[in-house]
Design a protein around this ligand. Structure first.
Ligand code: ATP
Length: 260
């Protein structure tokens, strides 16, 4: 039987051999006297699903905004696939952004466009990534198939349920074949059954597209099913890190509060 030390060593080697997709080091951001991020760190490895949990107002959105270049941190470094985004110029940042897909709360579809047109939209915007594509239909169908909704291609968003709209929004993200996906509260506002469908879909996407995902959620079920690792963001730092099972077993009151 394998002893514990050997097991830990093998796990460490496995992680070390994986490519680092995202790396946040000592991130700090404050607004006046409100010190929101006080040295936050994060490492996301290729192919993994990393969940971040934090109470409302703990700085999750601020962290995401810094990560995608919408907000300037006070200090710290943010590397996406090895490139420090805090020093990239606009054009390089735009190009790097095509490697990152988003599924944000209320990732709204354009109401006046069909599902197909909604999915073609990012392809037109990021033409340079795919060169000149004359027939986008096949790409649209493939992306819709991966979320199980190929038959909605000619429908309008209003004809879809809330869960279907979120799946189409995910297809619109996938069509650019991102290497990293950021999910911000992917199950919020959905009934438990639809939320479960989205959670299963996130797992399926990870397998099919080999994406690395950063998932911000309050949903304990979602964290349990999708995460390989979790970070608890408390007081602007990584208060605790580990697998779902490790954190759930903690006796620390602040950690326990997340699993009640
Ligand atoms: N542009 C801003 N100017 C001033 N304060 C801000 C700004 N953006 C965020 N904050 C403050 O930063 C703190 C963290 O906010 P943030 O939106 O990141 O929380 P959150 O963890 O995403 O919360 P929730 O789970 O409710 O979405 C809050 O105290 C908020 O008031």
């Amino acid at each position: 039987m394998m002893n514990l030390n050997q097991n830990i060593l093998e796990k460490t080697e496995k992680v070390a051999s994986k490519k680092l997709m995202l790396e946040i080091k000592d991130l700090k951001k404050s607004f006046g006297n409100n010190y929101v991020l006080n040295g936050f760190n994060l490492e996301l490895y290729e192919g993994e699903n990393l969940v971040i949990m934090g109470k409302s107002g703990s700085g999750k959105s601020v962290m995401i905004k810094c990560l995608v270049g919408l907000m300037e941190p006070d200090s710290g470094s943010i590397k996406v696939m090895g490139k420090d985004i805090t020093i990239l110029n606009r054009m390089d940042l735009d190009e790097l952004r095509t490697e990152i897909g988003f599924l944000f709360q209320g990732s709204a579809l354009y109401d006046s466009m069909t599902v197909k047109e909604n999915l073609e939209f990012p392809l037109r915007r990021h033409k340079h990534k795919f060169g000149h594509i004359t027939d986008t239909t096949q790409l649209v169908i493939e992306a819709l198939q991966s979320v199980g909704l190929a038959d909605t291609i000619d429908l309008m968003p209003a004809e879809l349920s809330g869960g279907m709209q979120r799946r189409v929004a995910l297809a619109r993200t996938l069509i650019l074949k991102p290497r990293i996906i950021l999910y911000d509260e992917p199950t919020s506002g959905l009934d438990p059954i639809t939320a479960k469908e989205i959670i299963e879909l996130m797992r399926h996407i990870q397998g099919q597209y080999k994406t690395s995902s950063l998932i911000i959620t309050h949903d304990v079920d979602c964290a349990r099913v999708v995460s390989e690792r979790m970070i608890l963001l408390i007081d602007g730092v990584n208060y605790a890190e580990g697998t779902f099972a490790e954190l759930k077993a903690s006796k620390d009151e602040k950690i326990k509060a997340f699993f009640k």
